[in-house]
Design a protein around this ligand. Structure first.
Ligand code: UDP
Length: 485
């Protein structure tokens, strides 16, 4: 187990963006939290410090918590490759996907528990009875019971899920269920993700959020976007420069030359219209499907010169995702198989994660540079990449799955593809954006307003205060029976 340093950001920074009544409510909620939690520490435990939506949110929400005078700390599990292979298997199953098809039997259960043992020992050296713990995702489920028996209040949050359970998702839940019996609260991004055996009285729905002031989302001028992308090496025909950027902790960083690596070819021209998908290299994000839909669209528009960029982390950076390198290789093979006229307009980019702030500024610039952003996920817990693009006023074309349905109203603030595997529909949506010049700006304007209304951190922070208050409240009364039925 190792700790991630969390900075401190005053709530006032966020409040500037909010209508008065929301800013006041946020301050009131923070005051309530200080009074209710006092000296208790709120511990978050996750599987990785960077790469993916959970890390993204913890970095910013905890900093606001600190700024509000709440004692948050963030611990990250240490695990070996077999552990993360097992937990990725569970992750895929919860999404209803077979993943690597491997077993989840007694041997996997034993290894899962064995890896969590030393993590628990580390944690026991840090926590105090009465502290509050929010465990994130399947990797941490095995910590519930031991932490409860040490007198901690424990909630478990699952960031993944499936709209309609299937046999595979049931297998994933069968593995987790025994570990979760004593969690006092459960958090899901959508209500339908919760299995029916969870006591509804202990179930809280909290959709994710973004921070408009994080390095990933802060406003950038057009010049700054161009400079970042040229220096990172993600566009050609523009001059690289010395580019500095604001880090999460408020410090300054300098972008390394060539910090985005375009694999298998040259970067797109800086003045080309660019369609972008940013994702981990995960099969369920369907990067090859985006390529195939783009190819359909491009072949039907011989005069168009739009490019596509599929960007994801340099695969060495994501410790909890053993599939990443394999999926990236599959994407490279799919790229090779494209007709040459299309291939020269499709780009795969890997963005290193060794410096998360640098990664964030590059992703920010890429999303801002995009003419349209795609998220063609086959399933999706929530899809922070969608929120990030909507916030940047982009036209988003996304699958009508999971949390994406909560973010986009089709035709109003984005375009939804009914069946995520329907390449024709995806190609048609992209073609519509190219053919109707007013459409992308109209969707983009509504998109930004929607994010400000529903997916900015104040709502999320207030929901966390409610959740942790429930936990403290639950601690006063004896816990009656297990939380699962
Ligand atoms: N992300 C990133 N660099 C990358 C790829 C993804 O910073 O190369 C970020 C992305 O901007 C978003 C998060 O990782 O903040 C992905 O979250 P999402 O909810 O979309 O999907 P998840 O990876 O959690 O399944």
């Amino acid at each position: 187990m190792h700790e991630v340093e969390v900075g401190s950001v005053p709530l006032a920074k966020l409040a500037v963006l909010l209508p008065n009544e929301r800013a006041t409510r946020l301050e009131e909620s923070a005051a309530q939290a200080r009074e209710t939690f006092g000296d208790r520490v709120i511990w978050h435990v996750s599987a990785t410090a960077h790469g993916g939506g959970v890390a993204e949110m913890l970095q910013t929400l905890l900093a606001y918590g600190q700024g509000a005078g709440i004692r948050n700390r963030w611990l990250v599990l240490d695990g070996d490759r077999p552990f993360f292979t097992i937990t990725k298997r569970i992750h895929n199953l919860l999404h209803g996907d077979p993943g690597d098809g491997g077993a989840l039997g007694p041997a996997e259960r034993a290894h899962y528990a064995a890896v969590l043992g030393p993590n628990l020992d580390d944690m026991f050296g840090l926590v105090t009875p009465g502290d509050l713990v929010l465990l994130h995702d399947p990797q941490t489920a095995g910590l519930v019971e031991p932490l409860r028996s040490r007198g901690l209040h424990v909630a478990w949050r699952c960031h993944v899920g499936r709209d309609t359970p299937n046999e595979l998702s049931a297998l994933g839940w069968d593995f987790l269920r025994p570990f979760l019996a004593h969690a006092e609260q459960f958090v899901f991004s959508r209500r339908v993700y919760a299995p029916e055996w969870i006591d509804p009285a202990r179930l809280v729905v909290i959709p994710p959020s973004i921070d408009p002031f994080s390095t990933k989302n802060l406003d950038l001028s057009e010049d700054a976007v161009g400079a970042v992308l040229a220096t990172a090496g993600l566009v050609t025909g523009a001059e690289p420069g010395v580019v500095s950027f604001t880090r999460r902790d408020g410090g300054r960083g300098t972008l390394r030359l060539g910090s985005g690596v375009v694999l298998d070819g040259v970067a797109p021209p800086h003045d080309a219209r660019l369609i972008v998908q940013v994702s981990r290299w995960d099969r369920l994000k369907d990067m090859p499907g985006v390529m195939a839909a783009f190819a359909l669209m491009a072949q039907r528009r011989p005069d168009d010169s739009t490019h596509l960029m599929l960007a994801g982390p340099a695969t060495a950076g994501v410790s909890d995702d053993p599939e990443g390198a394999l999926v990236l290789t599959e994407c490279q093979e799919a790229w090779q198989a494209l007709p040459p006229v299309v291939r020269q307009r499709v780009h795969l980019a890997a963005i290193p994660l060794d410096d998360v702030d640098e990664n964030a500024i590059v992703v920010n610039a890429l999303q801002r540079h995009a003419f349209a952003v795609v998220q063609k996920s086959l399933v999706e817990g929530f899809g922070l990449t969608v929120t990030e693009a909507l916030w940047k006023g982009k036209a988003v074309v996304a699958s009508k799955v999971g949390g994406i349905q909560d973010q986009i109203v089709d035709g109003v603030d984005g375009l939804l593809i009914e069946d995520p595997r329907d390449l024709e529909a995806c190609a048609a949506a992209l073609g519509r954006l190219l053919d109707e010049p007013d459409l992308a700006p109209r969707l983009g304007k509504a998109a930004r307003e929607r994010v400000l209304a529903d997916f900015v951190g104040d709502r999320h922070l207030e929901q966390y205060v409610d959740l942790f208050s429930r936990l403290v409240g639950a601690g006063k009364a004896p816990v009656v029976g297990p939380a699962i039925r």
